[in-house]
Structure formats: structure tokens, C-alpha cells
Ligand binder design. Structure first.
Ligand code: ADP
Ligand code: MG
Length: 681
């Protein structure tokens, strides 16, 4: 197989391109020399001067020019941490916060967690000594709850502002306000693309500090015809490049998520095995949000001579993380995006086509160390006609429940007049308020209730926070916190090696509970705990030890927060109590099997599918509450429990009415005959 590409245009380089050094030359340099070779270095003094002179500064500079790693260091070196104040820098992505902090710690010459640290949800790697602190934008939002004037910081840098994540957008409004009464705090807004003017206008015409980028020209190629299977096309393109293009020159492939990355990785490994000995070595490395940190470091290791690196990345590598040595970019044109449909009340992750701006960012990644090539797995026509110019900011497409609760806790009541860079649609604000009201977090005047205040203590979605608080009433906090931790790990609990599928599946079934997946997850945790958190036990049961350790870590933190909201943890083996507590948080996510054998959400009659991995799949219950929807070919309910419809009236009297729960029988449906798992997937 071969893919026909047509060369279209060339993205021009910049006049300063000659200065950039090759990866091979860089390898020989010391850390200090590497720092000095970055484009920002020439502007070091001018930058420090500008920060001294202005309180708010907008920074614009090409990706990879050194904004994230260097600017906080420059200020640290220039004495902005005197008196023990910190320099903070936010990142929209956890991986970026971690990997950048690791790099900067190395450059500063300290261990991570001392002078340089990071803070992401459920993982605080900072100490008293930390002066340069990288954190996710969501974590800074949470810091406002404890320190509303950010008084421990002398500088706050809101980085990757162009990404326009929900949390970053909310931060804009909050830090703008703080800068007005904390004249001693410096505020930096940095961005990779051309939104600088817009940011400047928003921040009362703050000056723009531009760091000229350097880029080599990048040749853009499109496919001749649309590709039906972009994963396969991506894989074929990798091999095509590897076989025809000279070394050195690493390849960067943009995929939408972990599953896709794993699929492509597996088949690439398979294919290169067949070619072993006939071609040069191909080193295949993944990078995605939940990649364990020891694996993250690997992508930055220099490529050995006579080999080629292929990085399979999510759009993390678009602007947040820069990998040196990339000459070829493969861009299928998709990314995963969360969105919220106000009409159906449904929130989900979708694979969507990227914007032209994103496509050009991706292409730019090929031209950092030398002239590059970008292979787009779509046609030139599709680029012109099917891609939007700019992505839609997250604040305009997601459920706002979480941030509304946060803002209310910060004492910001008038959300309609909050200083948004781009305001969210009125409708989604209203829905967020309604949902928080139904959860009991707000009263009918829209004010925070005691329950709401307690919920805001948890770094979780409102549904999960509510579930945790509700566990007090049902005297099962130990169990609910275990469930919350297992749901929060965001990584596979089980593994399923190809050669041992049968063993792995039967081990997994050993944990199943007839009450549903949440309780099955709890069983896994409790069994592991009984073995005193034994690693061998995990291996024998095809359970990921790393995931379990993460869950234990999260659990410890949630237990500490229980104490803060003064809940004394009780333990219960009453499955009904546990499921009622879950339902108290997740009652929106209730669906009912109708007589034609389809699940529809109770409130909005939206059709959803049981996930084939669910332990309830074999014998579908009439009423279920699910944890979340994932969208692949259809909308699947991930992690379900079976419930009694009358519980809904008990836990959500403001939300459900008796008549909606008519036909409140709980007959089980027979196994879905004739349909294989594959068909349903
Ligand atoms: P910007 O923020 O302007 O996009 P960065 O400061 O992220 O630029 O990157 C500057 C340089 O630091 C890049 O060459 C990048 O490869 C390097 N770098 C960043 N993080 C790491 C890391 N964890 N390991 C090695 N190099 C890194
Ligand atoms: Mg950066």
C-alpha cells in the first residue's frame, strides 16, 4: 500500500532561520549552552526590563522559542523571588506542567520539588522551598479558594493563553481583577499565536512583547483523495517516510487519544518486526495526558545515530510540548474535544476536525531544526472548505457546572457580568445554575448553600463532589471515596495481553458485582488492600499496579478532604446505600431501557448504549445510572450501576417528578441475543 501525496505550498521560514542548531550539535552542548541557543535568550535583558516597567505584559513568541522554560527562570535570576515570593506559571495540560518543571529543575540544577516544582490535580510536587511553580490552570483556580489575592506570588504567568481552555479563560478575568489591587504583582500572558492584540485589549491595552521566532520552511503535502481510515493511513505514511526520506529526521504523528496511539503503536511495532534488518531502526514513543512520568521523559532523549524516532502524540505536541529534531509531521486532521449539548443535556468527548490555525501549528513543528515536511492526511479541498479558521474556545462549548461552583465559592455572584474574554452562551450558564440547584449546591436565589460550600472543597466535578458528600447520609464514605478514586485515575485498571486474553477476562470477571461497575471497581481496590497493596497480586489478576497506586494516592487525598468538611468516614457493606450515594451525585446520568431494547436518558430521551465492557452488559437492567458517556461510533455509557427508580425521588426531588418515573418496574431484560460485542461497539 502506498499513499499518494501532492505537494501544495510551502510554509515560508523566517529570516533568522540559520541560527538554529542541528539536533546533533545540540546534543554536544551543555545545558547552559542550550539555554543560550534559544530564541528568547537574545531578549533576556529587554524582557526583564519590560517586566520591571510594566505590570501586565502580553508575550507572543513562536512555539519552542523558550517562553515556558526560560521566562520564569530569567525573572528568578533577576531577583523577582526576593522575600520568598513565588513565580507561578500555568499550563493547560498536566503533562506540560510536569515535563516543563522537570526540565527547568534540571536547568536550575536542583531536584524537582525543591526550588522548581509543579502542582497538578491530586499531585503536589512542591515544597516550602519552591520558588518557580508550574501548575495546571485548574490548580491555580483552586488556589484562589485558599488565597484569593495570590499573595504568595510576585509574578504570575498565564501561559499557552492561545489554547483558550475553560480554566485559562476564567483565570483571565480573575487575574485581571487582582492586578488592579495588587500593584506589586506582575502578570504575564503568553501565547504562541496571533491573539496577542485581543489579549492586550482585554488587559487594558497592556504592551505586547514579541519574541521573533525562527523557522525553517516546511513543505505541505495533501493526500490526492480522502483517506477512509486515517489510522491506517498514518501508519502507512510513517513507514513510507521511514523508507524513503533520509536520516536524521524524526517523525511526529498527531492522533486523538491514548487508544488510537496504542493501536497505531501496536501495528507499527508489528510491521517493523517484519522489516527487521532490512531498514534502519524505528523507535516508537507515545505521549498523551495520562502517560506515566517516567515514560514522558523518554520522548526528549536524543535519537541515537542510524535510527529514527516516531512520536505518536495527542495535540499536546501541537504547542505545549516541544520535541527537538522533528522534520516530518503527519497530520490526520483530528483531535478530541469535549463538548456539551445543551438540548440533550449530554456531555461527551468527540473526535472533531481541527482548525486551520491548529493545522498550521502542527505543520510548524516540522521546521524547528531544519527544513521540514508536513503530510496532511486530507485533501487540499478539505483544508480549504472543511476546516474552521480558529478553534472554538472551550468556554463556549462545555458544561460550566464546575467553574460556576468555583466562582460562586469565590464570592462572584453575578456571572452574567463577569469579565469574560469571550462570554459563554447565556443558555449554558443557565443550565449550569439549574444543575447546581438540582444538586443542592445553590438555593433558589442562586446562592451557595452549605452543601455547595462543602462540595467546592473537592477538586472534582460537582457530581462526584456531591456523591462524596452524600455518602455521609448513607454512612458509606469509605466505599464512596474508594469508588471516586477508582473513577478518577483516568487510566486502565486492567490489562489484557493478547496471548492471555482468556485468563485476563476471567480474572476481571472475578471482581464483578451484580450491582454494577462502580462496585466492581471497589472490589478490585478492596481485594488489593487486603493483600497489603501487593504488586504480585496485581500481576496475577491482570490489574495495573501503577493505576492502583495512583488510586490509593487519590484516595488518601480525598480522605483528608473529608476531614476538612467534617465528615467522619463510615464503612458499609450495604450495596443499596452505596448506590444511593452514587445516584445522589449522578442522577442526571440516568437512563432507562425501553421495550425496544434501547436505553434512553430519562430526562432528555437521548439514546445511549451500554458499554460492552460493563459487568451489566450480559443482562441489562431496566434502570441504570452511568458515570460518563464516551463517544466512539455510538454514545456509550461507561461504568454503570443498576438502581431503583424510586431512589431518584429520594435523592433528587427537585429534578425528577413521579410521572417521569412511570413504569417503575425493574425487570431485567434478557441477554441481547444475536448481537456480538463487536457489532455493538
Ligand atoms: P515555548 O514555551 O516557547 O514553546 P519551551 O520553553 O517549552 O518553548 O521550550 C524551549 C526548549 O526547551 C525546546 O527546545 C524544548 O525542546 C526544550 N524542552 C522543554 N521541555 C523539555 C524537557 N522536559 N526535556 C528536554 N527538553 C525540553
Ligand atoms: Mg510553552
Amino acid at each position: 500500500e502506498k499513499i499518494d501525496f501532492i505537494q501544495a505550498l510551502q510554509m515560508p521560514g523566517t529570516s533568522e532561520q540559520q541560527k538554529e542548531l542541528s539536533a546533533a550539535e545540540k546534543k554536544k552542548m551543555t545545558l547552559d549552552e542550550t539555554r543560550k541557543s534559544l530564541p528568547v535568550y537574545a531578549f533576556r535583558d529587554a524582557f526583564i526590563e519590560a517586566v520591571r516597567e510594566h505590570q501586565v505584559l502580553i508575550i507572543e513568541g513562536e512555539t519552542g522559542s523558550g517562553k515556558t522554560t526560560q521566562l520564569p527562570q530569567y525573572l528568578y535570576e533577576a531577583g523577582f523571588c526576593e522575600g520568598g515570593k513565588r513565580i507561578g506559571c500555568t499550563q493547560p495540560r498536566r503533562v506540560a506542567a510536569m515535563s516543563v518543571a522537570a526540565r527547568v529543575a534540571e536547568e536550575v540544577g536542583t531536584k524537582i520539588g525543591s526550588t522548581v516544582g509543579y502542582s497538578i490535580r491530586f499531585e503536589d510536587c512542591t515544597s516550602e522551598k519552591t520558588l518557580i511553580k508550574y501548575m495546571t490552570d485548574g490548580m491555580l483556580l483552586r488556589e484562589f479558594l485558599n488565597e484569593p489575592d495570590l499573595s504568595s506570588y510576585s509574578v504570575m504567568m498565564i501561559d499557552e493563553a492561545h489554547e483558550r481552555t475553560l480554566h485559562t479563560d476564567i483565570l483571565f478575568g480573575l487575574v485581571k481583577d487582582i492586578a488592579r489591587f495588587r500593584k506589586d504583582m506582575k502578570l504575564l500572558i503568553s501565547s504562541a499565536t496571533l491573539d496577542a492584540e485581543k489579549f492586550s485589549t482585554f488587559f487594558d491595552d497592556a504592551p505586547i512583547f514579541r519574541i521573533p521566532g525562527r523557522r525553517f520552511p516546511v513543505d505541505i503535502y495533501y493526500t490526492k483523495a480522502p483517506e477512509a481510515d486515517y489510522l491506517d493511513a498514518a501508519m502507512v505514511s510513517v513507514l513510507q517516510i521511514h523508507l524513503t526520506q533520509p536520516l536524521p529526521g524524526d517523525i511526529l504523528v498527531f492522533l486523538t487519544g491514548q487508544e488510537e496511539i496504542e493501536t497505531v503503536m501496536e501495528s507499527l511495532i508489528e510491521r517493523t518486526k517484519q522489516l527487521a534488518g532490512k531498514v534502519k531502526e524505528l523507535i516508537i514513543l507515545p505521549i498523551y495526558a495520562n502517560l506515566p512520568s517516567d515514560m514522558q521523559a523518554k520522548i526528549f532523549e536524543p535519537t541515537p545515530p542510524n535510527a529514527r524516532k516516531v512520536i505518536l502524540a495527542t495535540n499536546i505536541a501541537e504547542t505545549s510540548v516541544t520535541i527537538d529534531g522533528i522534520c516530518y509531521v503527519i497530520d490526520p486532521g483530528f483531535s478530541k474535544q469535549n463538548s456539551f449539548d445543551a438540548r440533550s443535556g449530554v456531555e461527551h468527548l468527540h473526535v472533531v476536525t481541527i482548525s486551520k490555525a491548529a493545522a498550521n501549528q502542527r505543520a510548524g513543528r516540522a521546521g524547528r531544526t531544519g527544513p521540514g515536511k508536513c503530510f496532511r492526511l486530507y485533501t487540499a479541498w478539505a483544508y480549504q472548505h472543511e476546516l474552521e479558521d480558529q478553534p472554538i474556545p472551550e468556554i463556549q462549548r462545555v458544561n460550566l457546572g464546575n467553574v460556576v461552583l468555583m466562582l460562586k465559592s469565590l464570592g462572584i455572584h453575578d456571572l452574567v457580568h463577569f469579565d469574560f474574554l469571550d462570554a459563554p452562551p447565556q443558555e449554558t450558564l443557565v443550565i449550569a445554575l439549574e444543575q447546581l440547584y438540582a444538586l443542592g449546591a445553590l438555593n433558589h436565589r442562586g446562592e451557595l448553600t452549605k452543601l455547595g460550600r462543602r462540595m467546592a472543597e473537592f477538586p472534582c466535578d460537582p457530581c462526584m463532589s456531591k456523591m462524596i458528600i452524600a455518602s455521609e447520609k448513607y454512612a458509606c464514605s469509605e466505599e464512596i471515596v474508594t469508588i471516586a478514586s477508582m473513577l478518577s485515575v483516568n487510566a486502565a485498571v486492567f490489562y489484557r495481553p493478547k496471548a492471555m486474553v482468556i485468563h485476563a477476562d476471567s480474572a476481571r470477571k472475578g471482581f464483578w458485582s451484580p450491582a454494577g461497575d462502580h462496585l466492581s471497581l471497589m472490589n478490585v481496590y478492596n481485594k488489593w488492600k487486603e493483600t497489603d497493596f501487593n504488586m504480585q497480586w496485581c500481576m496475577e489478576n491482570f490489574v495495573q499496579h501503577r493505576t492502583m497506586k495512583k488510586a490509593r494516592d487519590i484516595r488518601d487525598q480525598l480522605m483528608a478532604l473529608l476531614e476538612r468538611v467534617e465528615i467522619e468516614p463510615k464503612s458499609s457493606d450495604d450495596s443499596i446505600a452505596i448506590r444511593k450515594a452514587i445516584t445522589a451525585g449522578y442522577f442526571y446520568n440516568c437512563s432507562k431501557l425501553d421495550n425496544s431494547g434501547h436505553y434512553k436518558t430519562v430526562k432528555h430521551k437521548h439514546t445511549v448504549q451500554p458499554h460492552p465492557n460493563s459487568c451489566l452488559f450480559e443482562e441489562l437492567p431496566r434502570w441504570v445510572v452511568y458515570y460518563e458517556l464516551v463517544f466512539t461510533s455510538k454514545e456509550f455509557m461507561r461504568e454503570m450501576i443498576t438502581i431503583e427508580p424510586l431512589w431518584l425521588l429520594e435523592v433528587a426531588p427537585h429534578y425528577y417528578k413521579q410521572r417521569e418515573l412511570e413504569d417503575a418496574t425493574n425487570k431485567k431484560m434478557p441477554k441481547q441475543k444475536g448481537k456480538s460485542k463487536a457489532e455493538l461497539e
